[in-house]
Design a binder for this molecule. Structure first.
Ligand code: FDA
Length: 392
């Protein structure tokens, strides 16, 4: 039977970071993963270029039942700390939108850095390993796997969330947490495209492939970023972001002309009475989208001088309350993250050790900490992995 100091289950972002940190402290560390490859989500993230952090990452970019939980870890291991690490390895990266850092070439470059760190730290990685059972006995943990049994003093659960099951996601972490008496907050797919009602789907399908700047508002939170019409509904940054705050059945407001006020429309009639509203809208919306608006308001092609206040009012309302008829999301199949998870009120924000079971640690996405879109989720994986790695 193998005996090590630390076993980390999950060779993803947080698990690799934690294992290397503990390894550098002289701990004997074994990382186990049932996948045939480490860091699969890192490889597929950011369109293959991994948005590995956000320089603005702060607690306000995270959702959790305990909003204070992430403060300490983000402070003790910040985005700058992670950038310093990748700089030491000479990673080339770009800042796409302010604060969002992506690999210049490929996410594989970043994964290679993590695997190099793992090797330098002396930690061992075993892939294709199924965890059969976990038992806590006399301050030790016995882990049975399909490749034999392991005994350790600290067990770190870094198995992530439920999104993209085909990439190896499982509910293992949640089940183990429940096994030792933890509360697991309800989970839900998030940072995920929204699907629409079947009849609206047919109408919107003709817009498929079009992107435009919109604002999406739900539960008092607004994101003004691009939206993409898809064959199934809508996607793009603003939509993914709002799914952290919206769920099926709730109100979702889409404004397809967020920069436009009612006064702007009235001024069109006042300043350019011979011009049509269609002529005005084509300068701010994609042409195919203007066609959809025109189908609703045939008078759009007439001279604006001929339009009434009521017509202008209803046009403004239509644009600012564009009805996409949402009915759900694409679910875990395409979601980037899982909302909910192991209740952070029962885990130390300093050490990441469970308050229910000595020697058991939870890090990364398995915890009820979910970041916005934009590199925040990886940053929490690095921060929580690093902090736990100092205490296991
Ligand atoms: P992670 O999911 O990385 O790792 C979990 C590991 O546990 C996996 O290797 C898995 O195989 C293993 N595992 C699971 N169950 C197991 C079991 N029963 N036994 C053994 N091993 C098990 N975030 C961001 O900040 N920027 C971005 O650009 C993106 N982009 C992105 C794109 C896509 C398509 C997805 C799906 C996700 C993102 N994310 C993201 C989110 C980000 O990938 C995610 O938050 C982190 O990978 C979470 O890191 P963890 O270490 O917690 O889990």
């Amino acid at each position: 039977m193998d005996k090590v100091d630390v076993v980390v289950i999950g060779a993803g972002a947080s698990g690799l970071m934690c294992a290397a940190t503990a390894g550098y402290r002289g701990k004997r560390v074994l990382v186990l993963d049932h996948s045939n490859k480490a860091g699969k989500k890192i490889l597929m993230s950011g369109g293959g270029r991994c948005n590995f952090t956000n320089m603005d990452a702060s607690p306000k970019h995270f959702l959790s039942d305990n909003p204070h939980f992430c403060i300490s870890a983000l402070r003790r291991y910040s985005s700058q700390d992670f950038v310093d690490l990748v700089d030491r390895h000479g990673l080339e990266y770009v800042e796409k939108t302010p604060g969002q850092l992506f690999c210049e070439h490929s996410a594989k470059d970043l994964l290679d850095i993590l695997l190099t760190e793992l090797e330098w730290s002396g930690a061992e990685l075993k892939l294709n390993t199924q965890i059969l059972s976990v038992a806590f006995e006399n301050d030790q943990v016995l882990i049975k796997t399909n490749h034999g049994d392991v005994i350790c003093e600290s067990l770190v659960i870094a198995t992530g969330g439920l999104s993209i099951p085909t990439m190896g996601a499982t509910g293992f972490g949640y089940e183990l947490a429940k096994q030792v008496g933890h509360d697991v907050l309800p989970t839900r797919a998030s940072l995920v495209p929204i699907t629409v009602q079947p009849d609206r789907k047919v109408q919107l399908a003709e817009l498929s492939g079009i992107a435009c700047d919109i604002s999406a508002t739900a539960n008092g939170v607004t994101f003004q970023e691009p939206m993409l019409f898809t064959h199934r509904g809508v996607s793009g940054p603003s939509i993914l972001q709002i799914t952290n705050f919206w769920q099926p059945g709730e109100a979702l407001r889409i404004n397809i002309a967020p920069a436009l006020s009612l006064d702007d429309l009235l001024n069109v009639r006042h300043n350019t009475p011979k011009k049509s509203f269609e002529g005005f809208l084509v300068n701010m919306l994609p042409k195919r989208l203007v066609e959809v608006v025109r189908a609703e308001f045939p008078w759009l092609t007439e001279r604006s001088a001929q339009t009434s206040n009521d017509q202008i009012d209803s046009l403004f309302h239509y644009l600012s309350h564009f009805d996409i008829a949402p009915n759900g999301t694409e679910g875990y199949r395409t979601a980037e993250v899982t909302l909910g998870g192991v209740n952070t009120n029962e885990v130390s924000s300093k050490t990441f050790e469970s308050q229910k079971q000595k020697g058991l640690y939870f890090i990364g996405e398995v915890l009820d900490v979910t970041g916005w879109l934009g590199g925040y989720n990886f940053q929490f994986a690095w921060s929580s992995g690093f902090c736990a790695g100092q205490y296991v």
